[in-house]
Ligand binder design. Structure first.
Ligand code: ATP
Ligand code: MG
Length: 445
């Protein structure tokens, strides 16, 4: 993309309404525009990152054997009357009447609807295990929408639902989700720690929240600092291997790590003092096992191998896709702007032309731009007729992890400059080498 043809409405001033750094930078970098409290338009740069995050979530869900579908944003109230949640859910639910006077709602979550799909089409243990998920907009009429996309009213969520014959199988689905989530967050350059939590209005027995540690987080958390040393990394996972998924779950959840709702002072105090930490965290996901809570209420049964009929065992699993943009920025920025991890960056590399209009410099930039595209990469070329300082400031603000700077002085010696946004370190090399390096960096992602 050439910047002169793009739509990147960056702001020079800090917007007064933004209290935290991620909200400030998302507005300043022209990623989002607020349309009403907690409701945003996603401008091109923000939309690009949102799509990258969504793509990683899809890839890791499919890798775990889960199946994508798409349910609507509007739901009939009658489904929620069956589960008893229409009255229980409270004021966070946006209730609507259609022209026939029928009660509808904008979905805050989809347990009822997915259970309805299941009972219409599945009746036998032979069709299990089954996990269906979608990535769809949700609406919750939050009391205090704030911090930009972190606590929106309309927000994008991945929500998945497992259906299993036995509790043991459903717990395997729980573990499988836990492992796939760890991998999902690590690919985004994030450490999200699973912490024992409270189940809230979803209901259920087992639940973990995934928290990114950040001062601006809304959750209070308590943990053994040794949990921050564990990584999933590149290990090979067989998602059908129950013992392996269970072992990873235990490895990540045996040490003390809890949100304030389930915090246990005595257990916490048993940790060696130097490792006892309390901090703030951003909830970027949650997994639940709730057994037959919905299947019993809504009549979702399956025939077992011995011919009897039992309600299906279920769980639900959510990732805050749009909240993740804020969480990643909270975890990765400096005073100049955002620093995108390579896994989610909107463009792979920026190209800064230091002397627009100079024939040789323009030609060198064009060649690099084309070579990067030929290598399957997505560069952003700042081809505006502007000062170098202004171009660097924009690149730093929007946070592309790599920048190639091209100017007449370097070209005289046959070199361009490759700069890492994270370390700030620049290296001189030929244009070909710079393109090759960028290619290598992204090859494994
Ligand atoms: P919270 O406690 O932050 O209100 P929740 O526990 O009610 O969230 P879940 O039902 O667990 O939310 O939804 C799954 C994920 O969706 C959450 O882990 C979070 O990342 C995201 N999410 C929930 N509410 C919002 C919101 N208002 N804005 C953006 N993302 C949200
Ligand atoms: Mg939650």
């Amino acid at each position: 993309m050439r910047l002169t043809r793009y739509f990147l409405p960056v702001l020079k001033e800090n917007p007064a309404e933004a209290q935290i750094v991620s909200h400030r930078y998302m507005l300043r970098a022209g990623m989002i525009k607020q349309q009403a409290a907690g409701i945003y338009s996603w401008l091109p740069l923000g939309y690009k990152v949102l799509k990258r995050i969504e793509q990683i979530v899809h890839e890791e869900q499919v890798r775990a054997g889960h199946i994508p579908l798409l349910m609507p944003t509007l739901q009939p109230a009658d489904l929620w009357r069956e589960s008893g949640r229409y009255d229980d859910y409270g004021q966070e639910m946006l209730r609507i009447k259609d022209r026939q006077g029928r009660d509808m709602l904008y979905g805050p979550t989809n347990e009822e609807m997915i259970t309805d799909i299941f009972r219409a089409h599945v009746g036998s243990y032979k069709d299990l295990p089954l996990t269906l998920y979608h990535i769809q907009w949700k609406f919750r009429d939050e009391m205090r929408p704030r911090f930009g996309v972190m606590r929106g009213r309309e927000f994008l969520m991945k929500d998945g639902y497992n259906f299993d014959l036995t509790k043991e199988d459903a717990l395997h689905a729980y573990n499988r989700h836990l492992v796939s989530y760890l991998r999902t967050y690590e690919r985004m350059g994030l450490q999200a720690i699973p912490m024992r939590a409270d189940s809230g209005p979803i209901g259920g027995d087992d639940t973990h929240e995934f928290l990114v540690l950040a001062e601006t987080g809304e959750s209070e958390v308590f943990y053994d600092s040794a949990v921050t040393d564990i990584r999933l990394g590149a290990r090979d996972i067989d998602y059908d291997d129950k013992a392996q998924c269970q072992a990873v779950m235990e490895e990540f959840t045996s040490l003390y790590a809890r949100t304030d709702e389930t915090h246990d002072e005595a257990a916490f105090n048993a940790i060696p003092e130097a490792r006892r930490k309390s901090a703030r965290g951003i909830e970027v996901g949650q997994i639940f096992f709730f057994g037959t809570k919905y299947s019993e209420a809504m009549g979702a049964t399956v025939v077992t191998p011995d011919g009897s009929k039992v309600p299906v065992q279920m769980g639900s699993h959510g990732i805050g896709v749009s909240r993740l943009l804020g969480a990643i920025i909270e975890a990765s920025h400096d005073d100049k702007g955002i620093i995108w991890p390579e896994g989610v960056t909107p463009f792979h590399c920026g190209i800064v032309n230091l002397k627009q209009g100079d024939a040789d410099t323009d030609a060198a930039c064009e060649a690099i731009y084309k070579a990067l595209q030929l290598a399957g990469l997505d560069p952003l070329y700042d081809d505006r007729d502007d000062r170098a300082g202004a171009k660097f400031a924009t690149m730093d603000l929007i946070g592309l992890p790599w920048r190639i700077t091209v100017g007449p002085r370097g070209l005289k010696n046959g070199v361009v400059e490759l700069t890492s946004r994270r370390s700030g370190v620049s290296e001189e090399m030929t244009a070909e080498d710079a393109v090759a390096r960028i290619g290598q960096i992204y090859a494994g992602l």
